[in-house]
Design a protein around this ligand. Structure first.
Ligand code: URA
Length: 251
């Protein structure tokens, strides 16, 4: 197992420049197993390492894979135009990991500012590419609240395919079902711009304006009930397996 200097470990995890990281260590603000380590050059096996920085517990992650429960009223952009950025919901080290121009994690695809639910973020370019590539057809499940009552003919049209204004090729839901008077569940394996809202409009209904759209699942990974809007957590190895699992077992 490869050892790394403690200042390099902190630097790789987004705690600032090498100088800042060395300073944090020299001031006794970094502990391992409860003991302050004051030598920035002391080496540790990084994989699996737990430490605290200024009292906050942290674990070394070679690459970052997280899920965020996106609240309404946040934009998935680093430079938002109207609403705050989702990136403000993450701790500074996660936003600064790696340093340089392409620092920090990036969202895997985007949700509209008024959409809530499961959003993945990572600093692993290959993972982001694989998850966002239309070739991979990772199913995404959305819960829709519509302005008007949902009827069976709308569900059938969503399943058989509707034509959107930018492409003559019909787009269809991989699964779709009514879940209440004005609500439905819809599974998509592609991600065109505003796709759910445009599909619902194409069948003569409309997604409710605020929080009418919620993403509840990506692949087999379901947004955990205890992850409240605005909260994030690291993905586990099991979560990562669930995302690459192909089948969407229906809406
Ligand atoms: N489809 C939409 O219309 N909006 C989203 O945020 C996601 C899917």
């Amino acid at each position: 197992m490869v050892s790394m200097q403690l200042q390099e470990i902190l630097f790789s995890q987004g705690f600032g420049t090498r100088r800042v990281c060395a300073g944090l260590i020299q001031q006794g603000l970094v502990t391992i197993a409860g003991t302050p380590i004051v030598d920035p050059a002391m080496e540790f096996v990084a994989i699996g390492l737990h430490f605290t920085v200024q009292g906050t517990p942290w674990q070394y992650h070679e690459k970052a894979y997280l899920m965020l429960h996106k609240p309404a009223g946040y934009e998935c952009s680093q430079k938002p135009s109207t609403y705050p950025s989702i990136y403000t919901l993450l701790p500074a080290p996660i936003r600064q990991r790696g340093g340089g121009a392409a620092a920090g994690v990036q969202a895997v695809g985007r949700l509209d500012q008024d959409t809530t639910g499961l959003l993945l973020l990572s600093d692993d370019g290959k993972f982001i590419h694989r998850m966002s590539s239309p070739k991979h057809h990772v199913p995404k499940v959305y819960q829709v609240t519509a302005k008007h009552p949902v009827d069976e003919s709308q569900i059938q049209k969503l399943l058989s395919g509707v034509v959107l204004d930018d492409d003559p090729k019909p787009v269809r839901a991989a699964a779709c079902g009514k879940t209440g008077e004005n609500t439905l569940s819809l599974t998509l394996t592609e991600g065109k711009y505003h796709q759910v809202k445009r599909m619902i409009a194409a069948v003569g209904n409309r997604v409710e304006d605020m929080a009418g759209l919620h993403r509840s699942q990506i692949g087999e990974l379901v947004l955990p009930a205890d992850l409240k809007a605005g909260q994030w957590r690291w993905l586990t190895a099991q979560d990562l397996l669930a995302i690459s699992a192909k089948p969407a077992s229906g809406a």
